[in-house]
Design a protein around this ligand. Structure first.
Ligand SMILES: Nc1ncnc2c1ncn2[C@@H]1O[C@H](COP(=O)(O)OP(=O)(O)O)[C@@H](O)[C@H]1O
Ligand SMILES: [Mg+2]
Length: 369
């Protein structure tokens, strides 16, 4: 019999070596992929379009920022690797790339987090999502900066080099505005200063088991997002004062974000600003019928396995979209609404029905009523 205990030292060592080798190969592959990054902004955007509906202008800006960042980083690393005899750690340390981090502004559920996640996946880099409200509760960025690095390391499958080239999404950044925190006993200013170090490129050592790993955020691409609720009003007031006319989004300045309560220095680290629109009824319908991640399409596929052809009439889709709009959470509400509409049928139909199954506007109203 072959048991673990019965394994010879030699076999054990061979397995260990093999695993180590595999890990090294994976590391090289993942790093190589970033170094070889060759998507153009237009290619990246075309891929984003399969998932993210609407937000045309925003998607253009983001795909450009990300494609340029990774193309530049890849090129710089390639050069550094040639100079440093293939030592990736050394190459990472010796590489300097200017970053054009992105600030995303837009109402709840319009796709800010989703865009960051999808784009990271399409770019083939590690991604983490960090909620800034946790800083507004404690009032400082200390241990958390290290936590973010650990999260990145996890997202990169434990690969430190891949982690250091990932994307960090700082969600609800508006919640650490000084004004927002004024009513609490903590200063948003302090939190923002702490964040500044992280975005600039801090180096921290993390202890994972017996291993000590040094990680830097120098090459990490940061995206910060928030609803910035009264920002539109602030910009509008300034435009009126200065006699400007037009769309507030085209006039947004760092000054306005400072008036909102953000630190000028921190905002300076996010030179690329993107304003996402509130999703329209049309967008919400398209999300259901066209986005590659659509729950409706997923359910429809599930039902096909039982030979049931699910179909929503156009009016039914409009009704679901309107219902989501009333909830005021953008596309976020769609999933639960669709689920509520289909729950009974998904239980009842398999085994009892085959062929077309049409859901019309009355069905939707009845089930949501
Ligand atoms: N423009 C969009 N296109 C496709 N799906 C979207 C879009 N916006 C939101 N969604 C869907 O709604 C969910 C919530 O959106 P999210 O990106 O978290 O919103 P927020 O802007 O508040 O970060 C996403 O996971 C996604 O399924
Ligand atoms: Mg979000």
């Amino acid at each position: 019999m072959y048991t673990h205990e019965g394994m010879s030292d030699r076999s054990r060592q061979r397995i260990k070596d093999k695993i180590e080798l595999l890990r090294e190969e994976q590391t090289m592959e993942a790093v190589q992929e970033i170094i070889e990054f060759d998507k153009t902004p237009a290619q990246l955007k075309a891929a984003m379009d399969q998932f993210i509906i609407g937000q045309e202008k925003g998607k253009k800006i983001i795909s450009t920022a990300i494609a340029f960042h990774y193309k530049r980083l890849g090129g710089a690393l390639k050069k550094a690797l040639a100079e440093n005899e293939g030592d990736i750690d050394l190459a990472l340390r010796n590489t300097k790339t200017p970053r054009a981090n992105v600030l995303m502004i837009g109402p709840s559920g319009c796709g800010k987090t989703y865009t960051s996640e999808v784009t990271s996946r399409l770019a083939g880099v590690a991604f983490v999502h960090e909620d800034m409200t946790r800083f507004s509760e404690v009032g400082y960025v200390g241990q958390d900066a290290t936590d973010i690095l650990v999260d990145l390391l996890m997202a990169a499958g434990g690969n430190a080099q891949v982690a250091q080239m990932g994307i960090v999404y700082l969600d609800e950044i508006d919640k650490i505005a000084s004004e927002m925190m004024a009513f609490k006993d903590v200063s948003g200013r302090g939190v923002q200063k702490g964040l500044l170090h992280l975005v600039d490129g801090t180096e921290n050592t993390v202890q994972i088991g017996k291993e000590r790993i040094t990680l830097s955020t120098r090459h990490v691409f940061f995206i910060a997002g928030g609803a910035f609720e009264n920002l539109r009003g602030l910009v509008g007031q300034r435009m009126a004062r200065q006699g400007f006319q037009g769309d507030w989004r085209d006039h947004l300045l760092t000054d306005d974000l400072v008036a909102f309560g953000m630190e000028r220095q921190l905002m300076g680290r996010f030179p690329v600003k993107v304003v996402y629109d509130q999703l329209t009824t049309r967008d919400l319908k398209d999300i259901m019928t066209r986005s590659a991640d659509s729950v409706l399409l997923a359910y429809s596929n599930d039902l096909k396995a039982w030979s049931i052809d699910l179909e929503f009439t156009d009016d039914a889709l409009t009704e679901v979209a309107r219902c989501a709009e009333r909830e005021g959470t953008g596309a976020r509400g769609l999933i639960s609404i669709i689920h509520r509409v289909l729950l009974e049928d998904m239980y009842r139909l398999p085994g009892n029905h085959t062929g077309p199954f049409v859901v019309d506007v009355n069905d939707v109203r009845e089930r949501l009523g």
